[in-house]
Write a protein that binds this ligand. Sequence first.
Ligand code: BGC
Length: 754
Amino acid sequence: MHDRKIRAFMSTLMLATALAAGAVHAAEPAPPTVALSDRPWMDASLAPEARAELLLRQMSVAEKKTLVFGYFGSPFKERNYTPPAGIRMGSAGFVPGIDRLGIPPQWLTDAGLGVATQRDSTEPMRERTSLPAGIATAATWNPALARQGGVMIGREARLSGFNVMLAGSLNLVREPRNGRNFEYGGEDPLLAGVIVGAQIAGIQSNNIISTIKHFALNAQETGRFVLSANIDEAASRMSDLLAFEIAMDRSDPGSVMCAYNRYEGHYACESDFLLNQVLKRDWGYKGYVMSDWGAVHSTAKAANAGLDQESGYVFDKEPYFGPELLGAALADGSVPMERLDDMNRRILHALFANGVFDHPVNVEDHRIDYAAHAAITRADAEEGIVLLRNKDGLLPLDAGARRIAIIGGHADKGVMAGGGSSTVFGPGGNPVPGLGPQHFPGPVVFHANPPLDAIRARNGSAAVRFDPGSDPAAAAALAADSDIAIIFANQWTGEAMDFPLTLPDGQDAVIEAVAKANPRTIVVLQTGGPVFMPWLDRVGAVMEAWYPGTAGGEAIARVLFGEVDASGRLPVTFPKSLDQLPRPKLDGEDLPQDTPFDVDYHEGAAIGYKWFDKKGLTPLFPFGHGLSYTSFAYKDLTAVQGDDGTLTLSGTVTNTGQRAGKAVPQLYVGPRDGGWEAPKRLAGWQKLDLAPGASAQFSVPVDPRLLAMYDTAGRQWVVTPGRYRVWLGASATDLPLTADVVLKGASLPASKAQ
Ligand code: BGC
């Protein structure tokens, strides 16, 4: 059970029961039902603002209070909580609708990889398609695939009866040990913003709302309810906040979920700076802010700081936005009535703007086309697989029968999924039950798409033998008696916990033993992020498959056998050791639970490769790295600033090998005289499918914020005039081409309204 759940305040139980039973507010008489013909807000030709305004005028105070208070959508035994009528069983949340005005209920489902089910649900788990981990989708560097994945999971959400999807997971990977990195889009604000933005746009194309979360700086799970993330404002605007800003520019999510942690001392859901100033004032955001489940700590402070909807009651200690507490705050003026109107206006705006009124959801899960969706998740997974090492072209495997040893990782049963609220239960359920923590964020879930079967299907099954990898000697013996050994090494990570960067359960020793027995050893990693590889020099090939989703076994086999190119590129830096990190020791790890502490993000905006660059450190594998089965050459790098000030970077990439493949030419930029948080930033990239010998030209306009420093006092982005260097190549450390360009100075207001 969630740690946050355990910290229940039993005193709220009676109130919860009364709320759940539908006791709304006594003071006002029930207003009359408005006939369909009298609902001008249902005129879809009107702008969402106008529709929201028309409807708001009809709402009683009790109704306005209804829309700002959400319930948990599943039973919660420890708190003796029974969800109200109307929920979708096993879901994350529910906000009652208002029948008389035709306002639909909000049915909320996790999360960014597909439709998840709460584990304590009293009904069987929904079995749905899971995308690969968010970090795998980021590793595709392919926004079109990210969008397509969003369209697919959004459709499953809609057909499962949900109109709000708690997706858009976008906390930058500042801390490689963070147990939720697998949900996110990597360490770079441009890459993460573009990929997650594309996914959100895809989800919302189903006429449902997607969130973006967790706003902001929820960069580690250790102490997530109590820690204060402290960071210079300009640095946060140029990193974590910029990632959100870029994603939101591209997708306009209906809702933003504020995070558990504190930010500069204030809870994120009480942060006037984050919610009112950055999000609503500067970014002109018109949607609503919902809290994370258990992230609210007050009524007036939160409401006045910009929180619009409390989520998942009974997770908070009190029903802060419930009718009684909110009613009292309205009565004593600590929450003005205009604020309640604004909260409702924002929620209604998001519902109208995303078509939730005009295209009601129903449970129609018989209409889900699982075969078509499997093809979509497989495409995402296979493009996200990163070939880290491939000595002497060991991969791809040729067609034709060989004696192959498959070792470890439950590869005979399925592929691993990450833990916590985002876990999707795939078709066929969990084929490896009983592993890991028995309560949230466990148990460990696998998807029933075994790599062993997919490999046998391609190699003929007789010569493919499996060893569970529990005994190094037995695994080595099988490897010695095989032409090739493929060892699956897994690290389960999950929400509410952080993890060391070491493979668990003695897997390093098994890999060492297998590699010693047969140097033609291929390691397939299923991890949520970076891990150390002490055996790296002794194995032939390493492939990072992340958590590859419900078609993951097929995806892995297709890349192993070269049916598709290996075209993933790392969205995170893999460090060699902890002392390379800004915080070798994880803050808060030795403190008793609930002891508040500060995390000083002294590295500012220099996250990941920027930190390594600035400090001159050599990582295990750099950001952007990933081998292909062919080879690419780059030329013609040019950098031109147009009359409107836009810097455009162009180049040409050629497939110089014998096989078709996907190139990911990467463009970086930095000032010749320094002055940024790091020597260079990712400025753009392309993903290009090239036949052998083919060339393609590409041209990328650079977002001006990536050329600027944020000026806090002036509330603006400032591009310093002068000479800049641009780089083109295959990763943050493999950049064969450079060019210089002189940029004109410019400034851009932080506020989009100016
Ligand atoms: C997570 C959110 C999730 C929510 C609802 C929280 O634990 O942080 O990402 O959407 O629960 O399940």
